[in-house]
Design a protein around this ligand. Structure first.
Ligand code: VG1
Ligand code: CO
Length: 544
């Protein structure tokens, strides 16, 4: 069959603006004729020099993933890519996509995911472009893509091209471009073997250590089955909800105490295994639990940093750490003790890329259940789980003991995030504007004096690029801190995020519940923002 390149006339769609992590919209929006095609063409139009090069394509398997992959394959061929590597069945977790881009020296990659947002015909879909270093496109590129979407008049695809069979590993030709269907797990699993003491973890399981990994019917299932139950010998049944479903079984594939409630309940109950973990829709987030204990993601980052020397892949090569601004400053204390660089960046993994590339950060993390390192350029859920297993094996301690020791050594940073989802967007914007304008500096709020009040701005120390308006910070003289920002990943109304933090050096006070320890800060920010007056309720939808 002769396949010819077709130029399809089109007109721009408003609002194709990538947010914290790519373009996310309702499935119905993405299924409009030309919607996905326009965005993909805008991505290609913003890039230079990819003729004959390799593109990586894969997604988290949510509803519309399959059709979208076929569309992108035809467009990649029509635009002149030489080769596409695509995960079998169109699957690649976000960290695995980053790994494949790097391992095969691809020009870049397209990842189809709306991460932790629900899927299915009524759910969300998303797409993002990752650069050749493996990480999310920096703002310079996402801005260019958005600009291109606004003036698009045609896109290129193939006429009369057959669907590519994505179910079989192998190679085919598509309009002169090679399509290589790869095992989505192989490169990633091989990389994990180079980082961790796999034998020590194998021994742990052999000696009866028990674990429950909840893949939440999302993309990590095949990876967790292959690595935990396959290579590490954990008993069958260790991985639950391990088959990716297009609608994630109707759930919210977000590994937190609200949406992974079954796992949280199991870990707090009498029959809890030694270790519990979960990951999100696209496999880049992780939640860590021990028997009877939840590890706050900010603490998880600090513990991983403090124990990195116990992990073969990091021994003797820690240079620095980086965290997103709203993430607690627990890791800063580790960096200060070890003499490492410590960077504070805006929310979103794309801000870590330059630091990782330059060797200025080895580990990085976000309070939103994201931890990772310079092994790829995305946060990595299963990597964090393996890192914890490695540390547990090396220290011979329970999660609870490891956490208590950490707090004993560094003090405890009480931390919580309160999410208020589904708010009226205009009212949420008004709250932010009021809070930005309020003359808070020097005032006393809830008995604490305000020492800093700003809207976080960032200058990248490597490439000098700047980003404004990244979240309002209110810091007090005693070191306590409140951060307020609006989500950039939602698809409905607005989500307000309140981040609360207070340092406690006294070990005798470490056992309190975080909500109790932070109660006064919670009251302060609710009063200051008049949450109840504005929205009728001041109760968060999700508490972490
Ligand atoms: C949220 C998190 C942020 C994370 C982003 C993408 O963004 O707060 O830390 O990087 O999701 O994570 P926002 O703008 O909604 O607060 V994922 O797992 O969607 O790739
Ligand atoms: Co995610």
């Amino acid at each position: 069959m002769t396949v010819t390149v077709l130029e399809v006339p089109t007109t721009p769609f408003a609002g194709q603006k990538p947010g914290t992590s790519g373009l996310r919209k309702k499935v119905g929006v993405f299924r409009q004729p030309h919607y996905l095609e326009n965005f993909v063409q805008a991505v290609f139009d913003s890039l230079d020099g990819f003729q004959g090069q390799t593109l990586v394509v894969g997604g988290d398997g949510r509803f519309h993933n399959r059709e979208a992959v076929q569309t992108i394959l035809k467009m990649a061929a029509a635009n002149g890519f030489g080769r596409v590597l695509v995960g079998r069945d169109g699957l690649l977790s976000t960290p695995a996509a980053s790994c494949v881009i790097r391992a095969h020296k691809a020009f870049g990659g397209i990842i189809l995911s709306a991460s932790h947002n629900p899927g299915g015909p009524e759910g969300d879909f998303g797409i993002k472009y990752n650069i050749g270093a493996g990480g999310p496109a920096p703002e310079k590129i996402t801005d260019a893509i958005f600009a291109a979407t606004a003036s698009l008049s045609r896109y290129r695809t193939l006429e009369a091209a057959p669907e590519v069979d994505l179910g079989q590993i192998g190679e085919t030709d598509l309009g002169g471009m090679r399509v290589v269907v790869i095992d989505p797990v192989a490169d990633y699993a091989a990389l994990m073997e180079t980082l961790f003491d796999m034998e020590a973890i194998r021994r742990l399981f052999r000696d009866g250590f028990t674990m429950c990994f909840d893949a939440m019917h999302a993309v990590t299932g095949p990876y967790a089955h292959a690595i935990l139950e396959g290579r590490l010998g954990a008993p069958a049944g260790t991985v639950i909800n391990g088959t990716p479903l297009e609608d994630f079984g109707g759930g919210h594939p977000d590994p937190n105490l609200t949406y992974a409630k079954d796992l949280a309940d199991l870990m707090m109950g009498d029959r809890a295994p030694d270790f519990g973990a979960a990951s999100d829709g696209d496999g880049d987030r992780n939640m860590i639990l021990g028997r009877g204990v939840f590890v706050n993601p900010s603490d998880s980052l600090a513990v991983l940093a403090a124990n990195a020397e116990l992990i073969p892949g990091y021994r003797g090569r820690m240079t620095g750490v980086a965290r997103s601004m709203p993430t607690s400053r627990a890791v800063d204390r580790v960096a200060a003790k070890r003499g490492w660089e410590c960077h504070e960046t805006p929310t979103g993994w794309k801000f870590f890329g330059t630091l990782l590339d330059a060797g200025r950060a080895t580990l990085c993390g976000e309070e939103s259940f994201g931890t990772g390192s310079d092994h790829v350029r995305e946060k990595d859920g299963l990597w964090a789980v393996l890192a914890w297993l490695n540390i547990i094996a090396a220290r011979g301690q329970t999660v609870r003991q490891i956490l208590a020791d950490h707090w004993g050594n560094y003090g405890r940073t009480f931390y919580s995030r309160h999410d208020h989802e589904g708010l009226d967007a205009a009212k949420a914007e008004a709250l932010m504007a009021d809070l930005r304008a309020a003359p808070l500096l020097g005032q006393t709020l809830g008995g604490r004096k305000v020492a800093l009040h700003d809207d976080f701005a960032y200058t990248d120390p490597i490439d000098g690029s700047t980003s404004q308006g990244q979240g309002i910070r209110i810091e007090f003289e005693d070191g306590a801190r409140i951060v307020v920002r609006l989500s950039g990943t939602g698809t409905e109304g607005a989500t307000l995020r309140l981040y609360l933090e207070r340092f406690e050096p006294d070990p005798a006070a470490h056992d309190q519940d975080a909500q109790v320890a932070l109660a006064d800060l919670i009251a302060t920010i609710r009063d200051l923002t008049r949450l109840k007056d504005r929205f009728g309720s001041e109760d968060p939808t999700v508490i972490t």
